[in-house]
Structures are given as structure tokens and as C-alpha cells.
Write a protein of this length. Structure first.
Length: 382
């Protein structure tokens, strides 16, 4: 029997495997991954420095243990170089051509590369995998000043973590307030204030255009003609679904790999989930949508065709200096933010034209209202 092949070994891949094995203990499973196949929680990468965690200490299970737990074969340090959907085969960097009964793409997302000039532009770091974290942790050891390009969710989580770990942190970005694509200005301002109290310096309303090497680090030249000196530079401007392999195989892509509510791609017996997938027009690079997708796909591939559903899924932001929970309103929603604030918190609720609650952003003490407000939100995919 040809196996179900899963390309990837991140949260999407392994959670699918766990859910599938609850329903089917016999069908062969093969995971093909370019990395070491260890299981770890990717969200932990942005708050591990202050805890003193090494990359090895973030590993939950190594690939041998995952093979045992999932009754699966894991081909690690192996790249998939091509998919032939017509013949139901993949080709690998090991020179093998392997047949599949079903193929699951759990390819994740790749960091967006900022358009930078200068001889230091190629020396900036991104942290998107465990190996990235290991390299970044080594790079900042013994250093003092870290510049973070990108004041979004991940950039703010790293800023909180690194300032608490004793680093001087400067954050650069074009928005007027941090996380401006997710938070209304009042909540962003509260987050900025809280992180400023931890020593974070902000350079907002501008972008980095050039990074030059210096004898003791880097000079970042901003488009407002100001400059910053830093020992290490981290780019956290966002992620883009990894679609190259799917596109080369002739699958339909847009912002991500296009899948239907059954997570099926445009090719027969090929499915996608997680950060690489665009589900009914939605690209949601968060853990909860991934978990919903893993459960639904496991049912489908074990014989019970199941559409994925997304309930309201607020995102918790790991900024202990300013606890945050956000449920952005649907794209294109018409309404306005209603803001309540005091010294310790801000409660922002997005009210639609019909008076319904369509989203929220909570910080500080207001986070305790997350569960009650979540019950008022519409499903994202019902």
C-alpha cells in the first residue's frame, strides 16, 4: 500500500499525524522534511531567550520518538525536489522517486525579505525555525544592542523577550503604533508605552533602507535620514506562505496554496494545511486554525469527508509587559471601534453597522473579558 506522504515536520504536519493516528492505526505514514524532524512548538521561539532556553531545550520529541509515537517513517534532512501529481509521486534530494496514495503539503511559511541596501543587508537574522533560533541565540550572546525591523506581532514578542533578557532593543517600522495592522491605535499605543517602560526604543513612521557593516556591528540608515547603531539585526516584518513547490507542480496558488473546505488542492489526492494554505480565501498563520485543519483533514483522509470549520479564534500575544488578546474583524467588515480605557487597560470592540460584535482588541486587565467576548463573535468559517 502506498503511504500518505506528508511534506513537512512542523506543527501542522505532526498534529495532522497525531489526529490521523487516532482514527487510523494501519495506513502507512511517511513524513519528508528538510530539517532534523524534531517536534517543538514554533510559537516558543519568540519568548525563549529570557527563559534561557537553548534550541535543544525547546525540543519536545526527537524524530526517533516521533516515528514511534506516530507509527510512521520520517525521512529527515531530505528535500522534496518535485511533485508529479499525475503519477502520484514525489522526487527527493536522496535521488528517490516515491509513490503516494495521498499527499499532504505542510510547507509552512517563509520570512519576507526586506528590500535593503548596504553591505550588511545579507547579515541580518530571521527566526522562523529551530535552527534559526540556535543561530540567533549564538549571535546575540555577549552583545548589547539588538535592532528589530518590524513592529508587528512577532517583532513585539521578540522586543518584550529581549528587553527582559537584558538587551537594549530598538524597533523600526512604518506604522504610527506597534501592530497597527491588528490593533487600533489606542491599544497599540498602550503596548508601545508598556514596552518603552522595559527600555524598548521605537523608531516608528519610518523604514530601514540601508544596513552597513561597522567595526563593532551595524549602522541602520532610516528613510527619515536618521541612523541607529546595533550589534545584531533581526528582521520580523512578516511571513509569506511557502508555495514554490506547489506552483512548480502546477497547483493553483494565490496568496497561499488554494484549497477548498476539505483542504484539497487543485490536484487530485493532494491536500494542504497550516501556514502554506489559503482556505476559502483565508490565510491564517496561527496555531488554532492549524489545529482545526489537522482534525478535519485527519477525518477526511481516514474515510469521513469533513469540511474544516473555523470558530472565532482570538490570538494571544506573548507580550507579558502588556498582555494582549486580539480577534481582528473580518476583512472588509464595515463598522467602527468602540474604545474604553483606563490606566491599566484598553478594551476595544469592533461594532458592525448592525450593532453586532465583529472583533476585539484587549490589553492589560481587559484580557480577562476575552472568553465572554469571543462568544459574541461570528464564526470565521461555519
Amino acid at each position: 500500500m502506498d503511504p500518505i506522504i506528508v511534506i513537512g515536520s512542523g506543527l501542522a504536519a505532526y498534529n495532522f499525524g497525531k489526529e490521523f493516528r487516532k482514527l487510523d492505526t494501519a495506513t502507512p505514514l511517511l513524513f519528508v522534511t528538510a530539517d532534523d524532524g524534531c517536534f517543538y512548538s514554533k510559537p516558543m521561539l519568540s519568548n525563549a531567550l529570557d527563559k534561557g532556553k537553548t534550541a535543544a531545550e525547546l525540543v519536545i520529541c526527537d524524530s526517533d520518538k516521533m516515528q514511534q509515537d506516530l507509527n510512521a517513517r520520517i525521512m529527515n534532512f531530505t528535500r522534496v525536489e518535485g511533485i508529479d501529481a499525475a503519477s502520484h509521486t514525489i522526487s527527493t534530494s536522496q535521488g528517490e522517486t516515491i509513490s503516494y496514495s495521498k499527499l499532504v503539503l505542510a510547507l509552512g511559511a517563509k520570512p519576507i525579505t526586506p528590500p535593503l541596501d548596504g553591505d550588511g543587508a545579507e547579515l541580518i537574522y530571521t527566526v522562523n525555525h529551530l535552527s534559526d533560533y540556535a543561530e540567533f541565540r549564538e549571535a546575540v550572546s555577549g552583545k548589547k544592542h539588538i535592532a528589530i525591523i518590524g513592529p508587528g506581532l512577532i517583532g513585539c514578542e521578540f522586543a518584550n523577550d529581549m528587553s527582559c533578557a537584558g538587551y537594549q532593543v530598538s524597533v523600526i517600522g512604518p506604522g504610527a503604533t506597534p501592530m497597527n495592522t491588528l490593533l487600533p491605535p489606542e491599544v497599540g499605543a498602550k503596548l508601545q508605552q508598556a514596552l518603552s517602560s522595559k527600555g524598548v526604543n521605537w523608531h516608528l513612521g519610518c523604514s530601514c533602507k540601508t544596513i552597513n557593516r561597522q567595526a563593532d556591528g551595524f549602522e541602520l540608515v532610516l528613510d527619515n535620514n536618521k541612523s541607529i547603531s546595533a550589534d545584531v539585526v533581526l528582521s520580523a516584518i512578516g511571513l509569506r506562505p511557502e508555495t514554490t513547490l506547489a506552483q512548480e507542480a502546477g497547483l493553483k496558488i494565490d496568496r497561499g496554496i488554494i484549497v477548498d473546505r476539505f483542504l484539497k488542492t487543485s490536484a487530485d489526492d493532494v491536500y494542504a494545511l497550516g501556514d502554506c494554505a489559503e482556505v476559502d480565501g483565508l490565510v491564517l498563520p496561527y496555531v488554532m486554525p492549524l489545529m482545526q485543519s489537522a482534525r478535519a483533514l485527519a477525518k477526511t483522509l481516514s474515510g469521513e469527508a469533513t469540511e474544516v470549520t473555523y470558530p472565532a479564534m482570538p490570538v494571544g500575544v506573548k507580550t507579558p509587559a502588556c498582555p494582549l488578546a486580539v480577534a481582528p474583524p473580518p476583512i472588509g467588515a464595515e463598522g467602527k471601534w468602540q474604545i474604553e480605557s483606563d490606566d491599566d487597560s484598553v478594551k476595544a470592540i469592533y461594532i458592525g453597522k448592525d450593532g453586532s460584535t465583529l472583533g476585539f482588541a484587549l490589553c492589560g486587565d481587559a484580557v480577562k473579558e476575552k472568553m465572554a467576548l469571543t462568544k459574541l463573535l461570528p464564526h470565521m468559517l461555519s
